[in-house]
Every structure is written in structure tokens, then in C-alpha cells.
Design a protein around this ligand. Structure first.
Ligand code: SF4
Ligand code: MSK
Length: 635
């Protein structure tokens, strides 16, 4: 245990996690929670962004008595550079995910898809139209091939702006043009971010931060949007599904396979493999009652919204799932997979299988997918997991009997379908005041805080005040575990106006929109609300905002930036690592309003954050002239 052990009740809110943390303590297993203690006190220079190790004259740390690094860089430059590198890292992760999917689409069109196919022709044709690809009279393959090429161009473009920006409202594009932040090729933006932050290049903190916004737009309106688009084409546009979540989804007498990471290619095959007759026969031979396939983190969200596969947990539950002692195999790909997993697995019978060549892990078994027969590779993994079931030590098994029902799969198309084919009823509800506004609650979980406390208190307050909540990523899983996505019970927690709207159209007041790459879907729905008319002509006019309750990954920093650059105010549950520079902090939290009509805000208390959001939404309603329509909230 670390030096300053907190009581377990102060670490997590959900009872399943609490139970597993107790088991971890009894079995002397380190988790991210105990390692957070042993990392105390965390470095102030790192936290406030004033440590620079960009060149080997450093590392340099900025203090009152040493206000410049060896090269002469001041605190503003150093903090801004570190921030831009975070955005570049986050944007790279989501955009590379998008690239992998486009390359897969291209292979499918070339007959090299092996096991993958275009599942959703409507999604393909919808996207083809959006990118002005001629599709009339052409085969699916021809259209898909052109689309794949067009999307690959988005990564390669050197001097032209991203085509995907055309999907944004006209006024927003004009704002980007006027501020010179419309990105060109995604790869170029990220390379340029690294170049600008090399020693001796960009030293003007404003210029550096504007490139952070530019790079983030290449992610939100580029790589991430492309990832969601191609996922829908290859794996199907999500439709509402029912499922369950939390560690209690693991089976006592089934072979438990947990899939963790981000990219949907593997999970789709796994869902197929566990249903294969030969696999079903094989599982019988070991005396198990079947296979439970469950997800962790965003892979969970991907497989949940397309296959209804249960979610074992979010980021901070990846280790806890292993500590149940009931997981035969955890299969990981990229992003958010803790390197501690193999060590924890050693205490049980669990095998950690890593499938990505770019994400290997010491102690894990690396099993790459056979490019020509990936389904066979996946079946092989499943059979290995089944063999492993025989090694399960029942004395070490303790699955918390805790799980919650949820509804997910609310992509933009699904929401429209629920509303009768158009977003007009949602616009009407906003104008009539039944719904005060729309808020995206996104991001990760972080053991610095009592995990999920903020997100759940905030979500509860928001829906009570008639605010429709859209969620993705680990925040969505947190809310689902707390019952906010259970349509039967969540409705009762909503204000009267929101409840009536949700009941009328059959949606829960908190909508699961997908994985963290699917934050682009939140931008998409905000844009389509503008296109409906009557709510202004730019995203900054919408009564809408974003919240990142528990900031953890670099991706969350990039997401926050592309929300702000799109005109949506973003509230953070904790400050960025920029507090070492007043100028940088002021730029992000104040000055950015002058450029984008929105900025970041910090509010560490979820109740105060609710008030802040209500103010933001009310101000937007006043500007639109619809504030008098707001019904008095009945709480
Ligand atoms: Fe120090 Fe400048 Fe090198 Fe950074 S770039 S480590 S501030 S000398
Ligand atoms: S998985 S980036 S912890 S949402 Fe997308 Fe969760 Fe955040 Fe990873």
C-alpha cells in the first residue's frame, strides 16, 4: 500500500468497485488506486505545466527565481508547448483509429477484407453524399472505394482544408477561416504540432495555442468523425439496444472473455466467434455453461451499441475485473489499457492477450490476427480462453452481484428515428422550454478523485433541471452503472418537461452515444439541430455545453479543444496542467471566447457546475429570444 491510504469508500462510488478494492487489499494486489497513493505528492511542475524536457539542455523548471529555461523559453511558451503536445497526442490516438478503419474499408473494396464487409449500405450512401461522391448507378464497391480514397486524402492533404469541415455550419466555417484555424491534412497538423514545439520554433503562446485548436479540429471534424462514419459503414449504424453493465455481468459458470481497448474491428469478430457452432461445442467440453463476452472502456461501448454485449466496466475497472478471479482472458488492442494488467493477471489464471503490433505489453501473450483469416485467429483465442476455464481457482473467485440495465446505441440516426425521422421535435422541445438545453458529458475516470462521484451528481442535477444529457466513453459507463440509462427508472429522476419529452418519444433522459471517438456524434447532432433552423445559425448560439468531469487522457484534452473551437463552452472538473502560466490559462479560459464564442471553465463541484451550465444555457436562450418559453422547473 501507498503512504497515504484513503478509505476505500472515498475512492469509488459504485459498490461493485468498492467490493473489488477490498478484495485487492486482502490479496495484496496493487491497483491504480493504491499506486496513486504511492505517487504522492505528485510533481508541482508537471501539474502546472512548467517542466520542459523538450531538449537535452533541460529538463528546465520555471520558478520565480528561474523564470526562463536554458534556451530562454519562458513559462508561457513552455506551458503552451506542453498543452499543444497533449492535444497532438490525443488527436493522434483518435485519428489513427480513424485511419485504421479507412484502410480496412479500402481493403474490403479491394476484396482483401477477409471476414469484414460493408454492413450498412445506407450509411455508405449517406456518407458518399456528404463527401459529394457520385453514387447513382454505381455499385456499393465503387462508391466505397471512392469514399475510402477521399477519406485517406483527409489524412494526407498538405495545403487544402479538410473536406470534412464542410459538414459544419457555414457560419462556424467562416469563424475558423477568419481565425486561420481551419486544419489541412490530419497527419500534417500533428506533425506540425511536433515541429512547432521543437526547441527554437514557436515561442508565442497564443500562436502555439491556436495550433492546439487547429489540431483538435483535425481530430473532432477529421479523424474522429471519420472513425465514427466508417464504423457505421463497416459494422452498422447503431440502433437502440438493451444490455447490462458492471462487474456483475461476468458469469460464475461461464467462460468470461473481456475485451478492452478502442478499435471495433476485433470486437465485431469476437461477437461472431463466440456464437460459432464449433466454439459452442468446445465450451461444453470444459463443463462451462457458455461464454460471457463483456467489454471494458470504449471497446465496450463499441460492442455494446452494435451487439448489445454487456459492459463489465470503465477505465478504472479494468484491473478490478481481473480481481474478480473469474476472467479467463482479457483481449486488448490500443489506448487506455494499463500496463499493470499482466502483473495482476499473474495472481489468477487470467491470460492477457494483446493483438496490436503497435501496442505490445510485457507479460501479455501477443497474438496478432491472421490478416487473411482473422476470424480463425479470434476463434483460436476464444478456444484458448475456454481451455483456461479449467484453471480457474474457485477459492479466488468473487464476482460482485451488482449490475444495472441500460439502453444504448443512440447515434444521431437512431435519435432521429425515435423522433420520427427528424430532430424537429427536439428543437420544438427546446424552444417551448420543456428542455432547457443539451449537454455532452464525456471523458474518463481518474483515481485522483472519488471515481464517478462528480459525473453521477452532475448527471442527476442536469436531468432534474430538464437538460438532455448526451454521453460517451467512460462517463457514459459511469452513468449507466448508476442507473441513468435505465429507461424505466431514469425517467423518474428527470424534470417534468424532459420526462414528458423522453416518455413521448421513448428515449431515456441520458443518451449513450458511443465511445470517446464518437464525441464527433455530439458535434453532429448539435450541427443538425442548427440545420433544423430556429436555434440560430452557429453552434455557439445553441443552448448547449460540454463537461469533462474526470479528465484523464490526452484525448480528453483534444476533445475539449474541438468542442470550444466549435463554439461550445466546456466545463472541466479539474484544471488543465496550465496553471503555471497565467497568460496561457487566461487564453484558454477567457480569451478564446473572442475567437470562438466559447471557452473553457473549471468547476470542481458538480452542483456549482450545474448552476454554471444553467447560466450558459439561459444566456443562449435569452440571445435566441426563447427564454420566456422556459417553464418553471418542477423539482
Ligand atoms: Fe530547457 Fe529550452 Fe530545452 Fe525546454 S527547450 S528543456 S526550456 S532548454
Ligand atoms: S476509454 S480515453 S478512459 S473515455 Fe475511451 Fe475511457 Fe477516456 Fe480511455
Amino acid at each position: 500500500m501507498g503512504k497515504k491510504a484513503k478509505p476505500l469508500e472515498e475512492r469509488v462510488t459504485d459498490l461493485a468497485s468498492l467490493e473489488m478494492l477490498g478484495k485487492a487489499e486482502r490479496e495484496c494486489i496493487d491497483t491504480s488506486f493504491s499506486r496513486m497513493d504511492s505517487q504522492q505528492t505528485q510533481c508541482t511542475f508537471g501539474m502546472n505545466g512548467t517542466c520542459c524536457r523538450i531538449c537535452h539542455m533541460g529538463p528546465c523548471r520555471i520558478t520565480k527565481t528561474a523564470p526562463r529555461g536554458v534556451c530562454g523559453a519562458d513559462g508561457d511558451t513552455i506551458v503552451a508547448r506542453n498543452f499543444l503536445r497533449e492535444v497532438a497526442g490525443g488527436g493522434a490516438a483518435h485519428s489513427d483509429h480513424g485511419r485504421h478503419l479507412v484502410l480496412l474499408l479500402k481493403k474490403v473494396t479491394q476484396g482483401r477484407g477477409y471476414g469484414y464487409q460493408i454492413k450498412d449500405e445506407t450509411a455508405l450512401r449517406r456518407s458518399a453524399q456528404a463527401y459529394q461522391i457520385v453514387e447513382e448507378g454505381r455499385t456499393v464497391n465503387e462508391v466505397a472505394s471512392d469514399l475510402a480514397e477521399r477519406l485517406l486524402e483527409e489524412f494526407k492533404a498538405q495545403e487544402t482544408s479538410l473536406q470534412t469541415l464542410r459538414l459544419a455550419p457555414k457560419r462556424r466555417r467562416a469563424i475558423w477561416r477568419a481565425n486561420g484555424v481551419q486544419p489541412s491534412g490530419i497527419d500534417r497538423m500533428i506533425v506540425e504540432a511536433m515541429h512547432r514545439t521543437h526547441i527554437g520554433v514557436d515561442h508565442d503562446y497564443r500562436n502555439i495555442l491556436m495550433h492546439a485548436f487547429r489540431t483538435s479540429l483535425a481530430d473532432g471534424w477529421g479523424g474522429s468523425r471519420i472513425a465514427s462514419t466508417v464504423s457505421d459503414i463497416l459494422f452498422g449504424t447503431p440502433v437502440p439496444v438493451r444490455s447490462t453493465t458492471n462487474l456483475g455481468v461476468l458469469g460464475k459458470s461461464t467462460v468470461n472473455i473481456v475485451v478492452h481497448g478502442h478499435e471495433p474491428e476485433l470486437t465485431e469478430l469476437l461477437a461472431m466467434a463466440v456464437k460459432a457452432p464449433d466454439v459452442k461445442r468446445y465450451v461444453k467440453q470444459v463443463g462451462a455453461e457458455g461464454i460471457t463476452l463483456a467489454g471494458i472502456c470504449c471497446t465496450a461501448n463499441e460492442i455494446l451499441m452494435r451487439q448489445g454485449v454487456p459492459v463489465a466496466g470503465n477505465f478504472l475497472q479494468q484491473e478490478l475485473a481481473l480481481i474478480t478471479g473469474a476472467v479467463e482472458m482479457m483481449i486488448i488492442d490500443v489506448q487506455c489499457c494499463m500496463p499493470s494488467l499482466p502483473e495482476i493477471a499473474l495472481a489468477y489464471h487470467t491470460e492477457i492477450v494483446a493483438i496490436s503490433d503497435m501496442a505490445k505489453m510485457i507479460g501479455a501473450t501477443h497474438l496478432a490476427l491472421d490478416k487473411k483469416d482473422p476470424l480463425s485467429s479470434v476463434k483460436y483465442m476464444v478456444k484458448r480462453a475456454i481451455d483456461n476455464y479449467l484453471k480457474r481457482d474457485s477459492k479466488k473467485v468473487d464476482i460482485p452481484p451488482i449490475k444495472e440495465s441500460l439502453a444504448a446505441g443512440f447515434g444521431v440516426e437512431a435519435i432521429k428515428c425515435k423522433l420520427g425521422g427528424t430532430l424537429r421535435p427536439l428543437v420544438d422541445a427546446v424552444i417551448e422550454g420543456q428542455i432547457l438545453g443539451i449537454v455532452g458529458v464525456v471523458g474518463c475516470s481518474n483515481p485522483k478523485f472519488k471515481s464517478e462521484d462528480y459525473v453521477n451528481k452532475l448527471t442527476s442535477e442536469l436531468i432534474k433541471h430538464d437538460i438532455l444529457v448526451l454521453q460517451t466513453g467512460c462517463a457514459a459507463i459511469a452513468s449507466a452503472k448508476a442507473g441513468f440509462m435505465n429507461p424505466e427508472t431514469a425517467m423518474e429522476k428527470a424534470g417534468v418537461g424532459l420526462r414528458d419529452v423522453c416518455k413521448g418519444v421513448g428515449i431515456p433522459p441520458v443518451l449513450h452515444m458511443g465511445s470517446c471517438v464518437d464525441n464527433s456524434r455530439i458535434l453532429q447532432i448539435a450541427t443538425e439541430l442548427i440545420f433544423e433552423g430556429r436555434l440560430g445559425n452557429d453552434l455557439s448560439q445553441l443552448p448547449a455545453a460540454g463537461v469533462v468531469p474526470e479528465l484523464m487522457s490526452e484525448k480528453a484534452v483534444a476533445i475539449g479543444c474541438y468542442f470550444v473551437a466549435s463554439g461550445l463552452n466546456v466545463i472541466l472538473g479539474q484544471p488543465f496542467s496550465t496553471t503555471g502560466s497565467e497568460n496561457v490559462t487566461n487564453f484558454l479560459f477567457e480569451e478564446s471566447k473572442d475567437y470562438f464564442g466559447a471557452s473553457f471553465h473549471v468547476c470542481e463541484d458538480p452542483y456549482q457546475a450545474t448552476n454554471m451550465i444553467i447560466d450558459i444555457l439561459a444566456k443562449a436562450r435569452r440571445t435566441l429570444g426563447i427564454e420566456e418559453k422556459r417553464l418553471a422547473p418542477i423539482l
